[in-house]
Ligand binder design. Structure first.
Ligand code: UD1
Length: 436
């Protein structure tokens, strides 16, 4: 019997919710811990499937991993870590490519299976590899693996043609113990990269320009283990903010810095949402009246985050007027559109633009999660749809949202997992969920 989210629309979300630590930071902090022999502790680590996968990678490489119920992860890293990761682990998680830089830095070689993760169009790692080559690594690859070798990594000036998050992180992790100075020009500036740089500096790294488009790294001989708490997840916060806005709710989110969501919050305000509060008091979202359409274009930080694009598409389908949403970061990131159309949304696609006419009433039906953010956005669509929405393949959402259904329920939504519903009312599930 298939698992799914079961969403019954109509409830308005109210209350306060603590935001978890950022997935996209915690994953890289685990890779950073591998750079130093000894015990590193990382607090505020979210309980999500991608973290389970990354900790399995760390274990496979020789770290002893401990985890308590409060979200603190302990990594005991040996003097010698492994240099190869098996395909089944790397395919579970694209972000595991960030161990490439640290492993080459520590042991002069690394062999990784080609990474998996969300299927968002052409998702290359050429910038990671070109940067490592500039630092003296010899990179070879086949259809299903990539290997990098270097007797010693040497600092270099590396200009990224696109401010790639993953490439910036991989090169930063390689550069902190390389010989001499590395400059990463046109570096990505996401808050999660600043979080990684902060932890690396605590470990003894010398990094300047954090938060700017140029990172300057002076390599050090060795790094020491440390303690670090993960920054709040701006994308999880943004997802709940959209849920509040969509349902005409009043929600306060704590544990996130609203500055990390500035442009997204400006767009919500332009759509008619009352946005107030700050990091200390919490970020408050109230949607007192009808939503208005607005135009949005995704860009690297501080631009509008692509990871909130599907959620905003749902919101715009419920807003008055015609809106244009332009996706500039990933191709192939409009997989939600067919599902939203099936639910009743009026959306046309022209290349990397989505033209949304709203508001249109959404009706509950069976839809399928095909990636993390698209799946979460479909659950949000269900919150305002008439009747019941069944979102199949919820494991995509589990990759990045801890107990998504439970947390939405805590704010008053009617959302549950098919497993839970089955336990409660055996035989009472829709046929689509019961499967063949
Ligand atoms: C990270 C985030 C992801 C987010 C994305 C953009 C993690 C685990 N994931 O992904 O949630 O959506 O940033 O904010 O942190 N590119 C290349 N060559 C490369 C690298 C990237 O062409 O070597 C292209 C990609 O195909 C994509 C674009 O650059 O079109 C953005 O990729 P990148 O910024 O690297 O994103 P990720 O690190 O994969």
């Amino acid at each position: 019997m298939a698992d799914a989210f079961l969403v019954r629309g109509g409830a308005s979300l109210h209350g306060s919710l603590p935001v978890n630590g950022a997935k996209n930071s915690a994953l890289k902090l685990i890779a950073a811990a591998l750079l130093a022999e000894g015990r590193t502790t990382i607090a505020n680590v979210p309980a999500i499937a991608d973290i389970d996968a990354m900790l399995d990678v760390a274990r496979h490489l020789g770290a002893e991993v401990g985890r308590d119920g409060d979200g603190t992860v302990t990594l005991d890293v040996p003097g010698e870590v492994g240099t190869a990761t098996p395909p089944e682990l790397v395919r579970r998680l694209r972000a595991s490519i960030v161990v490439l830089g640290p492993l080459v830095a520590r042991h002069g070689r690394a062999r990784l299976a080609m990474p998996g993760g969300c299927n968002l169009g052409s998702r290359n790692i050429d910038l990671h590899l070109a940067g490592l080559s500039r630092m003296g690594a010899e990179v070879t690859y086949g259809p299903d693996y990539v290997e990098a070798r270097a007797d010693e990594l040497v600092g270099a000036a590396i200009e990224l043609p696109f401010a790639s998050v993953g490439a910036t992180e991989n090169l930063l992790l390689a550069a902190v113990t390389a010989r001499g100075r590395t400059r990463i020009i046109n570096a990505a500036r996401e808050p999660e990269i600043a979080d990684l740089a902060t932890m690396l500096c605590r470990m003894g790294a010398r990094i300047e320009g954090v938060g700017s488009p140029e990172l300057v790294v002076d390599g050090v001989d060795r790094l020491a283990p440390t303690h670090h708490a993960v920054v709040g997840d701006r994308i999880e916060a943004g997802t709940f903010a959209v849920a509040a806005a969509l349902t005409g709710g009043d929600v306060t989110l704590t544990g996130v810095d609203p500055e990390h969501l500035r442009l997204a919050l400006d767009k919500l305000a332009a759509a008619g949402v009352d946005v107030s509060g700050d990091a200390a008091a919490g970020l408050r979202l109230r949607a007192p009246g009808p939503l208005r359409g607005t135009d949005i274009a995704t860009l690297p930080y501080p631009g509008f985050p692509t990871d909130l694009q599907p959620q905003l598409l749902v919101l715009l389908s419920q807003a008055r007027g015609t809106s244009m949403l332009t996706e500039n970061v990933f191709d192939g990131r409009f997989s939600i559109v067919a599902h939203l159309r099936a639910m009743g949304a009026d959306i046309d696609l022209e290349g990397h633009h989505a033209i949304v006419r709203g508001p249109t009433a959404l009706r509950g039906c069976e839809v399928i999660a095909t990636d993390l953010r698209q799946g979460a956005a479909l659950v949000l669509a269900g919150l305002v749809a008439d009747g019941e929405t069944v979102v199949a393949d919820p494991h995509h959402v589990d990759r990045g949202y801890a107990d998504f259904a439970g947390r939405l329920r805590a704010l008053g939504a009617d959302v549950e997992r098919a497993d839970a519903a089955r336990a409660r009312t055996p035989g009472g599930l829709p046929r689509a969920v019961l499967g063949p």
